[in-house]
Design a protein around this ligand. Structure first.
Ligand code: NAG
Length: 201
């Protein structure tokens, strides 16, 4: 498959540009199919968002934690196997986080997790393939080279997914397509043939 792209700025419209592709006919129909597939996907409402799982227990609820207290500053957080927790609130700086059960990032804007490491033996989800996380999430790893225990294989400062674990991070979709705004004329050798509207958002 050959694809040649050239960008030409038109003197009249500085903000827009026109791209010319020289493409095989098969590629042209492939592109159309791809555009159709993507627009169908966009029409479907998000479903199966990880934070909607009814089995989730809230981080902010003290009954979620074996100590009866939500994790305080500089404490170790451990989520045991079989437990599913949703991070639904701002949290203080933690010493470290180990997930043997499931941790789901809540659909809340601007949560910042500060920890020296985050070790996933079970499952950690921020959004999913069908339901992207569209807000801002921060994970800030801090600490000095001698600040906490060394975790074999991973070290001291890391986001680590152990073998057999699940780490899913799905953010906002970036646009990977554009819109055709004119009919394509048959492409002759040496001529370019695709016009798109760069202002499509
Ligand atoms: C957490 O899971 C890891 C890996 O399966 C295991 O080695 C470890 O013992 C578990 N931790 C606890 C406290 O159950």
């Amino acid at each position: 498959m050959r694809l040649k792209v050239c960008f030409i700025f038109s003197p009249a419209q500085h903000s827009s540009c026109t791209a010319f592709f020289r493409m095989e006919p098969t590629l042209r129909s492939l592109t159309l199919l791809l555009l159709l597939a993507i627009s169908n996907a966009a029409i479907q409402a998000p479903s199966n968002c990880p934070w909607d799982d009814p089995e989730l227990e809230k981080w902010s609820d003290h009954t979620t934690w074996p100590t009866g207290q939500i994790p305080q500053e500089d404490t170790e957080v451990f989520i045991p196997k079989g437990k599913k927790v949703v991070l639904d609130t701002q949290i203080p700086r933690l010493l470290h986080v180990t997930i043997n059960g499931t941790l789901v990032w809540g659909n809340v804007d601007g949560i910042r997790m500060e920890t020296s490491f985050l070790l996933v033996n079970g499952e950690f989800h921020i959004g999913s393939e069908e339901c992207n996380f569209e807000k801002t999430a921060d994970i800030f790893l801090y600490g000095k080279s001698n600040s906490v225990e060394v975790v074999p294989v991973f070290g001291r400062k890391f986001i680590g997914a152990a073998s057999g674990s699940t780490l899913e991070i799905h953010g906002k979709q970036k646009k990977s397509w554009t819109k055709l705004v004119a009919t394509l004329s048959p492409v002759r050798p040496g001529r370019c043939g695709l016009i798109y509207d760069s202002s499509v958002s």
